[in-house]
Design a protein around this ligand. Structure first.
Ligand SMILES: [Zn+2]
Ligand SMILES: [Zn+2]
Length: 306
């Protein structure tokens, strides 16, 4: 039986038989600091997964700056071995990498993995954003050992974590991940539009809702794009982002344990996100789903204990 707890960052402690998920950036599209986003946070996509000594970062939005500072403090002179799994190379998922402190320390090893990025691949996209005149330090000048690898076909292992990926409905090439450990599983779909309302004119469907439901079946924690509510989604069909009501329904059908609303719209302050959360919980209750639902907050941790 799985036991789950959510804590604020300052109270967090890491234990070896526990799967830890920590939110470092939960915002979509562009960072949104300010009074209206204090509760949920303004940094763009990045979450941390820890299982025993395996460290995985999912995406490198501006939230990865905080993760890097945290890791440097934790490890001090000890080497950090980390895998960065990228869903895609839109700016809000790679923009924080030049500010990731462990990349500037020669003792550290960083393995970057992802699907195809832009046209020149993941490496080209990461290095282009660090070219002069955009940034003073080039990717190749970073002292840490950075390797860039394509995602293998099918599942693969990082330590004891089994990783599967699937291509999603989003402009360009974008994937979602499912990570499984002996303590439980996490799925991460920061940018994804469900297929159900897409028409051929609005873009090719690469992932059907049926296939996605099978991929997510029974996952303990699902972090998923719910950028739009029903009203704003109707004006953005085909943009590649999630509609709250549809995602809640899909999570219920897929028997998800706990859904985290994610990739919050830059125009949505804390009050709007809270009202979307209330609506999502009402909807799940009306359906009779046992699904737990939270809105992802920067700094929150979730733990799964076997
Ligand atoms: Zn995004
Ligand atoms: Zn995107």
């Amino acid at each position: 039986m799985l036991r789950e707890s959510i804590t604020k960052l300052k109270k967090s402690r890491f234990s070896l038989d526990t799967l830890l998920l920590r939110f470092w950036g939960v915002r979509g599209s562009i960072p949104t600091p300010g009074r209206s986003t204090l509760k949920h946070g303004g940094n763009t996509s990045c979450i941390e997964i820890r299982w025993k000594d395996t460290i995985i970062a999912l995406d490198a939005g501006t939230g990865i700056r905080g993760l890097g500072a945290h890791l440097s403090r934790e490890f001090r002179s000890r080497p950090i071995d980390l895998t960065l799994l990228l869903t895609h190379t839109h700016w809000d998922h790679i923009q924080g990498f030049p500010f990731f402190r462990p990349a500037y320390e020669a003792k550290n090893r960083i393995r970057v993995m992802g699907g195809r990025g832009a046209q020149r691949g993941i490496g080209g996209s990461l290095s282009d954003q660090m070219e002069s005149p955009f940034f003073p330090v080039g990717l190749r000048d970073l002292p840490s050992a950075i390797s860039i690898k394509p995602l293998p076909a099918g599942s693969f292992r990082i330590g004891e974590v089994t990783v599967s990926s699937i291509r999603v409905n989003h402009p360009g090439f974008c994937v979602g991940y499912r990570l499984s450990t002996p303590a439980g599983s996490v799925a991460y779909f920061p940018d994804n539009e469900l297929a159900r309302r897409l028409t051929p004119e609005q873009g090719k469907v690469v992932l059907s809702d049926e296939k996605l439901t099978r991929f997510l079946d029974g996952v303990d924690l699902l972090v998923m794009d719910t950028q739009y509510d029903r009203a704003s989604y109707s004006r953005h069909v085909g943009w590649g982002h999630g509609c709250l009501d549809d995602v809640v329904e899909l999570a219920g059908v897929a028997r998800v344990g706990h859904l985290f609303l994610f990739h919050h719209d830059p125009e949505h302050g804390d009050a709007k996100i809270e009202s979307m959360l209330r609506r999502a919980r009402r909807q799940a209750a009306m359906r009779g789903d046992t699904l737990k639902i939270s809105a992802a907050c920067e700094g929150d941790s979730v733990r799964l204990k076997a």
